[in-house]
Design a protein. Structure first.
Length: 130
């Protein structure tokens, strides 16, 4: 049976609840949801574009701590309080990740922690980036 490995990075926001930033089981890494918190101030960055970029930066830091990168994400879930921002998510995602892009879901939600506008979580497979 595979052992669980808790993944943590000080370059991503500390957990604000009873969860880990990520948990690895073998080569599969389960990434907890990230919102647009600056990891140093623990404050939400202002505006949707800045929050999307910060979410990807936070996910990237956790991926790096797990021995991978954003391109190793095989499944990404995006939660938006306003689905009209989905085009912007696509544009920024295409600038920070390479093809082939991960499988993805986008969900409109009523609210997110700390009044964030976007949250993302995912699954990373170590060693899959080209």
């Amino acid at each position: 049976m595979s052992q669980r490995q808790i993944i943590a990075s000080d370059q991503a926001p500390a957990a604000i609840g009873s969860y880990s930033q990520a948990v690895a089981v073998g080569d599969t890494v389960y990434l907890s949801g990230q919102i647009g918190l600056d990891p140093h101030s623990m404050s939400l960055v202002p505006g949707i574009e800045a929050q999307i970029r910060q979410v990807f930066a936070n996910l990237s830091a956790v991926c790096a701590a797990a021995g991978g990168c954003l391109d190793d994400i095989v499944k990404l879930n995006v939660y938006l309080t306003d689905l009209s921002h989905f085009t912007l998510v696509n544009e920024i995602m295409a600038s920070v990740m390479r093809q082939p892009f991960p499988a993805r879901a986008a969900v409109g939600v009523a609210a997110l922690p700390r009044q964030a506008l976007v949250e993302m979580d995912g699954i990373m497979a170590r060693g899959t980036a080209a």
